[in-house]
Design a protein around this ligand. Structure first.
Ligand code: 5GP
Ligand code: MN
Length: 344
């Protein structure tokens, strides 16, 4: 099970943990189930080991993750900047989860980089930047939570995984694979699922809380977005949804309300990629998903300074929603070469 993980590196991490007295666990901005799941899972593990640990995140996590044990103890930089700065400054070990470049931490990035602590990266995104002294980077894995499980096992600490830790791990696996419907080809993942179920994890509750519970207004927003705002580009096998600030306000938008929306157009046979653009307070947030190996990560990297995975990526655009939309439409034909000819 843990064969994939470099044993020496796992040993090194275990020694670092044993030697450290104050440990910070941190993740990317707009944290999702995998970011919160992986940091909180390690937080529970470290508590079991008798360590002082704190999860510090750049900004608030969506309320669909509030059921996770330890959620209330998370330090949110945008809410408590002084506390978060002190926590980083006093740490002797910082473990960065689920991001591959400091800029994914937004305003928290300089705080993390300036910390004197030894830094470790545990992540499943492509091409990580060199900003930590120890790296666990496995882009083939379904989720950072899958990777954290394997790293824990490779450190010989599987026995210390309690129900709370297991619940957090399975939440990240379930959200990143959309309940085992994408990125879940490797049979090992089901072995891990079994091990977590053996720890007593309530999988049905995780699916219900993390993926299948929402507000009425968010359901209405999704229906509106699909019926009124979805553009289809048949030649490019693409769908585009844009939502302006005004439209979001009309549906009482809250963080997390559009989670999953970008996947919906891919339910239509023949569509290969889907892009969603949301006008946030500071930028246009771009989200992209694809199938058939179409590299939406390229679109996000080239047009929106972002990245992610081949079939699930994102980026940010600084300008108007209309400019952001036009940039995509003007460039769509450059990506036609990745469409599989005659497949449909
Ligand atoms: P989402 O669409 O759920 O926000 O993100 C999908 C994937 O793209 C995630 O793996 C996420 O880490 C990555 N991603 C999202 N936004 C950005 C971004 O602004 N920059 C980079 N480099 N990756 C992003
Ligand atoms: Mn992830």
């Amino acid at each position: 099970m843990d064969k994939l993980i470099d044993t020496n590196r796992a040993k090194e991490l275990r020694q670092l943990i044993e030697r450290s007295s104050k440990i910070v666990l941190t993740c990317h901005v707009r944290p999702d189930g995998d970011a919160i799941g992986s940091t909180l899972a390690l937080w529970h593990l470290l508590h079991t080991l008798g360590k002082e640990a704190t999860v510090v995140v750049p900004d608030k996590a969506p309320s669909n993750l509030a059921f996770l044990p330890g959620f209330k103890e998370i330090g949110v930089f945008t809410c408590h900047p002084k506390f978060c700065e002190t926590t980083f400054a006093e740490a002797d070990l910082v473990i960065c989860c689920d991001f591959n470049t400091p800029s994914r931490q937004d305003m928290l990035a300089p705080v993390m980089l300036e910390a004197k602590a030894t830094k470790v990266l545990i992540d499943h995104h492509q091409e990580p930047d060199d900003f930590t002294s120890l790296v666990f980077s496995y882009p083939d894995m379904s989720s950072t939570c899958e990777l954290v499980f394997r790293v824990i096992a490779a450190m010989g600490l599987y026995g210390e995984v309690n129900l709370d830790c297991a619940t957090c791990l399975l939440t990240g696996i379930i959200t990143d694979t959309r309940n085992f419907s994408v990125n879940c080809k490797h049979t090992d993942l089901y072995d891990i699922l079994m091990r977590l179920l053996e720890k007593g994890v309530d999988k049905e509750r995780i699916v219900k809380e993390a993926l299948s519970t929402r507000s009425l207004s968010s359901l209405r927003l999704e229906a509106y977005a699909i019926s009124e705002k979805m553009e289809i580009f048949p030649k490019h096998k693409a769908a585009l949804i844009t939502l302006s600030k005004e439209e979001l306000e009309r549906f009482s938008y809250e963080r997390g309300d559009t989670e999953g929306l970008v996947n919906r157009p891919l339910e239509v046979r023949g569509l290969v990629y889907s892009i969603f653009m949301r006008e946030d307070a500071d930028c246009i947030k771009v989200s992209a998903r694809s199938c058939e190996g179409f590299p939406v990560s390229e679109i996000c990297k080239n047009l929106y300074g972002g990245g992610g995975h081949l079939q699930a990526a994102g980026g940010e655009f600084y300008g108007s929603l209309e400019e952001c939309r036009k940039l995509l439409i003007d460039n769509m034909e450059n990506y036609d070469k990745y469409l599989r000819k005659g497949k449909y």
